[in-house]
Design a protein around this ligand. Structure first.
Ligand SMILES: NC(=O)c1ccc[n+]([C@@H]2O[C@H](COP(=O)([O-])OP(=O)(O)OC[C@H]3O[C@@H](n4cnc5c(N)ncnc54)[C@H](O)[C@@H]3O)[C@@H](O)[C@H]2O)c1
Length: 250
């Protein structure tokens, strides 16, 4: 028996890293999962991994910058599984590591299109299906609290996701929908490779953490999301859970 038996989840950007970890953690608790992902090959791979855990999966290649594709993804999930109970807005693409004054309009627009605009479009499309006992988890970042040089578009977009999370938590509680966020730290393969090349980078980060290790996408971030969408968290809404080893405190 899992805490999410019979539930239907949609996770954006679930083709790799944290999104994959979330999809697998939800599947382990018994949820069927739609993998909404730009990379069709990775979507298929993660769908197979979800099925290996004994859960149903729908690989759904799409570009979350396109509202028509967002609506179609929600509709395909409802058609395939008969409903939608859990929405996780995880995907985001950003150009980072550039000073604010050199950040282009295109770089700024990319963060906003894949961050708050896609999160908004998925929340609006999912709303009718989530009525009664729905759960939303959005992905934020500890960098919203500290500011992070070189990340102007990213941090601004994440702060907007935070705003949407709070307003929806206020508006949708009466509809039986909880809306929460997590701020994770679980570097993906590209960042891990950078750490291997420059161990001093990782040392610097670990010095700033209370728990001296990097997070695991499934065991740390995925299981925290699985808790927020479980019946045990039915009285929690508008909360941002920092799952970053004590990197930042709200
Ligand atoms: N990794 C961390 O430590 C960390 C820290 C703070 C916040 N976050 C947030 O957590 C989330 C996941 O981070 P990650 O490191 O796993 O990211 P990632 O870049 O490894 O994965 C993002 C996924 O989203 C998909 N994607 C990108 N653009 C898309 C589009 N237009 N349509 C559909 N799918 C698209 C990518 O193909 C990829 O599979 C992001 O919102 C990120 O900002 C991550």
């Amino acid at each position: 028996m899992g805490s999410l038996d019979g539930k239907i989840a949609l996770v954006t950007g679930a083709g790799q890293s944290i999104g994959r970890g979330i999809a697998l953690a939800l599947a382990t608790e018994g949820a069927a999962v739609t993998i909404a992902e730009l990379d069709a090959g990775n979507a298929k791979k993660v769908a197979a991994e979800v099925e290996e855990r004994g859960a149903s999966a729908l690989a759904y290649p799409c570009d979350i910058r396109d509202n028509a594709q967002v609506a179609a993804c929600v509709a395909a999930t409802v058609k395939r599984f008969g409903g939608l109970n859990i929405l996780v807005n995880n995907a985001m693409a950003s150009v980072v590591g550039i000073p604010l004054e050199e950040t282009t309009d295109a770089a700024f627009a990319l963060s906003f299109a894949t961050g708050p605009a896609a999160t908004f479009a998925f929340m609006r499309a999912a709303f009718p299906h989530l009525q009664g006992d729905g759960r939303i988890v959005n992905l934020r970042s500890g960098s919203e609290l500290s500011g992070l040089p070189g990340y102007s578009a990213y941090v601004a977009a994440k702060a907007a996701v935070g705003g949407l999370t709070k307003v929806a938590a206020r508006e949708w509680g009466a509809h039986g929908i909880t809306v929460n966020a997590v701020a994770p730290f679980a570097p993906g393969p590209t960042t891990q490779a950078k750490f291997e090349e420059h161990p001093e980078m990782l040392d610097g980060i670990l010095r700033s953490l209370s728990i001296k290790r990097t997070g695991d996408a499934e065991q740390d971030i995925g299981r925290a999301v699985a808790f927020l969408v479980s019946p045990a968290a039915s009285y929690i809404t508008g909360c941002t859970l920092m799952v970053d080893g004590g990197g930042s405190f709200l």
